[in-house]
Design a protein around this ligand. Structure first.
Ligand code: PLP
Length: 391
């Protein structure tokens, strides 16, 4: 039987045993509705509020500023639709997750907002001065991610936070791929809103949170009861929230333990060995500051999708940023925004590590990658022509 190795932790992470153990009682003995005033309700209310403290500790904010949501997508949508109105201008970037890009597009089509995407340079970084130049008198919101999901590149959010404060414009950052990987402090960033997702930090899928700075006038997206201080109606997903809280506690403890340095050293070994042993490879965003768990590598002359499928058959789960739309493989919008031609952007592969990954996982990946790339390139007429020309 093949030993499967999972290096797609930016897609989702396995829940930690501590997370699952913390959640379990909330499906069985502690099943009360957190809004009920009786014993059962009080028990779950306490658990929800404890989880809120844990998330607040991870983000450096007050517990009352944390709104639980169904995930990163909802948190991003709540930040955007909670603030913008017809006629408002939004500044975002070309490399955002679709949870932000499509929300901005919807705000423009349905609400009559306008939005501008600032570009990135070849290393995948946004120039804060470009954000400043893009400000308009009607700019209401800047929404720029903290770390990119495909390349792991960290954005200069603190500088952007200062620009937003000077211009008196709201600043939201999607920190879904930064949380648990780099320390986050909302005061230092100077943001008004910040999104996280449970399943990217070894918590449960379908959980997330939005930090909302005290005093921010946020309109709810859903109407119902007065849950989450009237910012997000609906009976709380208690077990999920407890799991998210435990994942946040574990993420905070991970910084003390040095988890980030361990992951960075595994990631760097993977990256450097691939660059050394496989020709025509390059790292996208390698010159920029990055989260410790992610590397995005172009394997020239190979379709990323083909490599993902071939490696999956051998037991390695990774991903390409390309998306299949209407039967055609669309190159990654992140890599094309960094200036890669579409055919090169289609060669990009993302390897993303999680806390469960070991040195042995990297050994296995490094055994599989060179042989699989070589076999696929044997079938590539363009690669063979290049070899013939160079020999
Ligand atoms: N934002 C970023 C940067 C992401 O990577 C993701 C998920 O991949 C999301 C938002 C959406 O989060 P969720 O899957 O919790 O809805």
């Amino acid at each position: 039987m093949i030993r499967r190795v999972y290096l797609d932790n930016n897609a989702t992470t396995p829940a930690l045993p501590e997370v699952f153990a913390a959640m379990r009682p909330y499906f069985e003995e502690y099943f009360g509705n957190a809004s009920s005033i009786h014993h059962h309700g009080q028990r779950t209310r306490q658990a929800v509020e404890r989880a809120r403290e844990s998330v607040a500790a991870l983000l450096g904010c007050r517990a009352a500023e944390v709104v639980f949501t169904s995930g990163g997508t909802e948190a991003d949508n709540l930040a955007i639709f909670g603030l913008v109105r017809s006629g408002d201008h939004i500044i975002t970037s070309a490399i955002e997750h679709h949870a932000v890009l499509n929300a901005c597009e919807h705000a423009s089509k349905m609400l009559g907002c306008e939005y501008t995407c600032v570009p990135v340079d070849g290393s995948g970084r946004i120039d804060p001065e470009e954000v400043r130049r893009t400000l308009r008198p009607n700019t209401k919101l800047i929404t720029i991610m903290m770390a990119n999901n495909e390349t792991g590149v960290l954005q200069p959010v603190e500088e952007i936070g200062k620009i937003a404060a000077e211009a008196d414009v709201y600043f939201h950052t999607d920190a879904v791929q930064a949380a648990g990987k780099v320390p986050i402090n909302v005061q230092r960033i100077g943001c008004d809103l910040l999104s996280i997702s449970g399943h990217k930090i070894h918590g449960p899928q379908g959980t997330g949170a939005l930090y909302v700075r005290k005093g921010t006038q946020l309109q709810p997206m859903m109407f119902g009861g007065r849950h989450e201080r009237s910012r997000r109606a609906g009976t709380e997903n208690v077990a999920g929230i407890v799991g998210l809280g435990m994942a946040a506690e574990q993420a905070s403890a991970g910084f003390e333990r040095g988890d980030a340095a361990r992951l960075a050293s595994l990631r760097d070994r993977l990256e450097q060995t691939v660059l050394r042993e496989v020709d025509a490879t390059s790292v996208n965003g390698g010159q920029a500051p990055r989260v410790p768990n992610t590397t995005n590598i172009c394997f020239d002359y190979i379709e990323g999708e083909a490599l993902v499928i071939a490696l999956d058959l051998k037991g390695l789960s990774i991903s390409s940023g390309s998306a299949c739309s209407s039967g055609a493989i669309e190159p990654s919008h992140v890599l094309t925004a960094m200036g890669l031609a579409p055919e090169r952007a289609r060669c990009g592969i993302r390897f993303s590590l999680g806390k469960q990954n070991t040195a042995e996982d990297i050994d296995i990946a490094l055994r599989l990658i060179p042989e699989t790339v070589a076999r696929l390139r044997e079938l590539s007429p363009v690669y063979n022509k290049k070899i013939a020309v160079n020999s």
